[in-house]
Design a protein around this ligand. Structure first.
Ligand SMILES: [Zn+2]
Ligand SMILES: [Zn+2]
Length: 300
């Protein structure tokens, strides 16, 4: 999609739109609503076609908590976000009291990457103060690698590599293969095979990818010495692992959630500063096109 559509929803408009979007959902529905009403929840969840992935999140102090919903600490979260395929609705309307007036929301219709990004940032904020560690990451994380590196989307040919520390690479981690093909002329002169300190098997992006990896021994994050990562990148990767652990610890299929919500391939890099995106208004765009056409016409 080239355009980004925005729509302001007031009162009943929200419910009409939500019903329409849910009935026409084709891939994914994510509902994050601090409070949920039993009648409203049951009515609207039925609109969603059978084969669509559904994930719902509510606060632990909501008077009604659907069994299948994830529950989040009431201290940190008052938000409402609805994602239906690539449409996001953010506003004040809970999935509660469908007849109440007075709430307003903004609908954003965009592409899969941008809608996933908004959701990813919201989820990181919501779990920010939850007592979840990034490491060790749940071992299911490894199966995200089946379609390439979950951090950067780069295809990794081998399942796992044997890593060791090498003084030739600043004492950081490299694969046995890296030292055996050192400088293109055989064995690394800094670490003889018999002196290498092995740190065990890992699944790790090589120098054509992001360099991040997971130790299969400890399930801790690590990075390849040949393409060093900055501290910021490493911290962003840790936030990504925390979110995975958040879903996994609640007994959810975190691998499926990450796939359906579009959290594989690049999303982890998103900075927490939540920089603004520039949108050009329709009038401005038309004026620019008109100016351009005038200039072309004048040059002819
Ligand atoms: Zn070496
Ligand atoms: Zn990677």
């Amino acid at each position: 999609m080239e355009a980004l559509n925005l729509q302001f929803l007031y009162g009943k408009e929200f419910w009409t739109k939500l019903e329409f979007l849910l009935k026409n959902a084709s891939e994914r529905v994510f509902i994050l609503s601090a409070f949920m009403g039993e009648n409203t929840y049951k009515k609207y969840i039925k609109f969603i076609p059978d084969d669509v992935f559904i994930l719902t999140v509510c606060r632990e102090d909501s008077s009604y908590k659907p069994v299948e919903s994830l529950k989040i600490n009431h201290k940190y979260f008052h938000g409402k976000i609805y994602l239906i395929d690539n449409t996001i609705i953010i506003g004040s309307q809970n999935l509660y009291e469908a007849n109440k007036e007075g709430e307003f929301s903004t609908l954003i219709e965009t592409d899969s990457f941008n809608s996933s990004l908004i959701l990813y940032q919201a989820l990181l904020k919501i779990i920010e103060k939850e007592p979840i560690q990034a490491e060790p990451v749940d071992e299911d994380f490894i199966s995200l690698y089946e379609d390439g590196c979950p951090f950067c989307g780069h295809y990794i040919a081998s399942d796992s590599v044997s890593l060791h520390t090498c003084p030739g690479y600043g004492g950081d981690f490299v694969s046995d293969d890296d030292c055996e093909s050192y400088g293109g002329d055989g064995f690394c002169k800094y670490c003889l095979p018999e002196n290498r300190r092995s740190i065990g098997e890992a699944i790790c992006c090589d120098d054509s990818g992001c360099g991040l990896g997971i130790s299969l021994k400890t399930n801790y994050l690590l990075h390849h010495a040949i393409n060093p990562v900055t501290k910021e990148e490493f911290d962003l990767a840790r936030q990504y692992l925390r979110l995975f652990n958040f879903f996994a610890k609640q007994g959810e299929d975190a691998v499926e959630i990450f796939h359906k919500l579009g959290f594989v391939g690049e999303v982890y890099k998103i900075n927490h500063e939540r920089k603004q995106h520039k949108l050009v208004s329709h009038d401005v765009a038309q004026r620019m096109v008109a100016n351009l056409q005038n200039r072309i016409a004048n040059n002819q």
